[in-house]
Write a protein that binds this ligand. Structure first.
Ligand SMILES: Cc1cc2nc3c(=O)[nH]c(=O)nc-3n(C[C@H](O)[C@H](O)[C@H](O)COP(=O)(O)OP(=O)(O)OC[C@H]3O[C@@H](n4cnc5c(N)ncnc54)[C@H](O)[C@@H]3O)c2cc1C
Length: 396
């Protein structure tokens, strides 16, 4: 009977443990935390966006983009759904392709994985942090490193897996926080803290627009958050790491053109019903944002509607549709959902996840230089890479 050690009882480690134990391997899984699967439990705001129905290379970022292809094709949504049905987990596919457990609870994902692994005889060693990778490699036939990334240190995020890889001479692609909030170099965002809009954000690297996303934008004390911000954050974070100038332009009202917005402001000013400029802006935007726009343009709240002319309405419209902020930093690994960079996948077999530098040593999940878009792609990678490793370990 093959003896397998898995380091890390997160998404990829648990799936790999189940697949190995199914084919009568003896599996020990080591977890530093007292509780397993902490990231699964908090994922998707407690609902767990468990995968996506359509998984493509283009949904991932890596120095070696084609690395993910084989594993994702071999454990596509259909394969994963079948796996879930064997552990009794029913999935629900949403219109946008995101997949959630039908229970709508991340808890059901974590407990079904853990219970199923235990029923198959997997030995759980919680509160056991592996510090030296050479020991398990001497004691077991195969060792799987599924220790995740540095993201969310309060849930167990660390760089242990990279340290293990360094022991065997692996190259590490520099890591950066991704799916993370951004800090702004401005004294105005704090005044809008708590205000949320459905807007559009454009990311500028060295003053050139490189990416655009629509969705929630939330102003906070440190900067900005919300889905639109998370979606551009990976590229922003990687550029900051490379000392590039990073700015964002926020369009607070993407449904308007500059002409239409300026005409709206003029018509409100002329209809005799609206008293002042702040009222006109508050008819379009949350009050904190409306007030801060006036402060930015050094305009008084009490400017009377009759004082608003075309030049002023255009100036205000341009500010609303293109508000530039310098990004000073990300909100850091502590608050990030995932990490970009990691173990260089050029030194990993894409079909098996085995190290090309050390036989019987496998790496799977986020510890590798693979990071996905928001939408279930990061779990999809954890499942697919854990599956590939297990398939190779259990082959006869
Ligand atoms: C707040 C939040 C929300 C998220 N929501 C989603 C979502 O909805 N959809 C999605 O696709 N992705 C989501 N993610 C990302 C997703 O959780 C990760 O991509 C995924 O968990 C990675 O799986 P993994 O198995 O590689 O690592 P992990 O799940 O992080 O598991 C690694 C495990 O290894 C343990 N460990 C580390 N070092 C050691 C050691 N030396 N010895 C023993 N144990 C060790 C850790 O404690 C941890 O339990 C979210 C992440 C966060 C933080």
């Amino acid at each position: 009977m093959k003896k397998v050690a898995i380091i890390g009882a997160g998404a990829s480690g648990l799936l790999c443990a189940i697949e190995c134990a199914k084919v009568s391997c003896s599996v020990d899984i080591y977890e530093q935390n007292s509780k397993c699967a902490k990231k699964i439990l908090v994922s998707g705001n407690g609902r767990c966006n468990i995968t996506n129905i359509s998984l493509n290379q283009e949904d991932y970022f890596s120095e070696n983009p084609s690395f993910v292809k084989y594993a994702l094709e071999n454990f596509s949504f259909k394969g994963f759904e079948k796996f879930c049905s064997t552990i009794g987990l029913v999935l629900e596919v949403k219109d946008d392709g995101k997949v959630y457990p039908l229970s709508n609870e991340a808890k059901s994902v974590a407990s079904l994985l853990i219970n199923h692994a235990e029923n198959l005889g997997v030995n759980f060693h919680t509160e056991t942090k592996i510090t030296d990778i050479t020991k398990p490699l001497n004691e077991y036939d195969c060792v799987v490193v599924a220790t995740g990334s540095e993201a969310a240190s309060h849930l167990g995020g660390n760089r242990d897996g990279q340290e293990f890889a360094l022991t065997y001479g692996h190259n590490i692609i520099p890591t950066y926080p991704s799916l993370v909030q951004l800090q702004l170099n401005s004294n105005l965002h704090t005044k809008m803290s708590g205000a949320k809009i459905d807007g559009e954000v454009t990311l500028l690297i060295n003053k050139r627009a490189v990416s655009k996303c629509q969705g929630d934008i939330l102003f906070t004390n440190y900067g900005v958050s919300g889905f639109a911000i998370l979606d551009i954050s990976g590229l922003a974070s990687e550029s900051l790491m490379n000392y590039q100038a990073v700015d964002i332009s926020i369009n607070l009202l993407p449904k308007y053109t500059a002409q239409k917005l300026s005409a709206h402001i003029m018509s409100m000013a002329q209809n005799g019903q609206t008293v002042n400029l702040l009222d006109i802006l508050h008819g379009l935007l949350p009050i904190k944002i409306a007030k801060t726009i006036l402060e930015k343009l050094e305009l008084s709240h009490t400017i009377n509607a009759s004082q608003i002319n075309t030049k002023l309405s255009k100036k205000i419209a341009n500010q609303i549709l293109n508000w530039r902020f310098e990004v000073s930093d990300t909100h850091g690994f502590r608050h990030a959902e995932v990490s970009g960079g990691g173990i260089d996948t050029l030194e990993i077999n894409p079909k098996t996840m085995e190290s090309l530098k050390q036989k019987n040593l496998y790496f799977c999940g986020e510890v590798l230089d693979v990071v996905g878009r928001r939408g279930g792609f990061n779990f999809a990678w954890a499942w697919a890479s854990g599956h590939s490793a297990a398939k190779d370990i259990t082959k006869t």
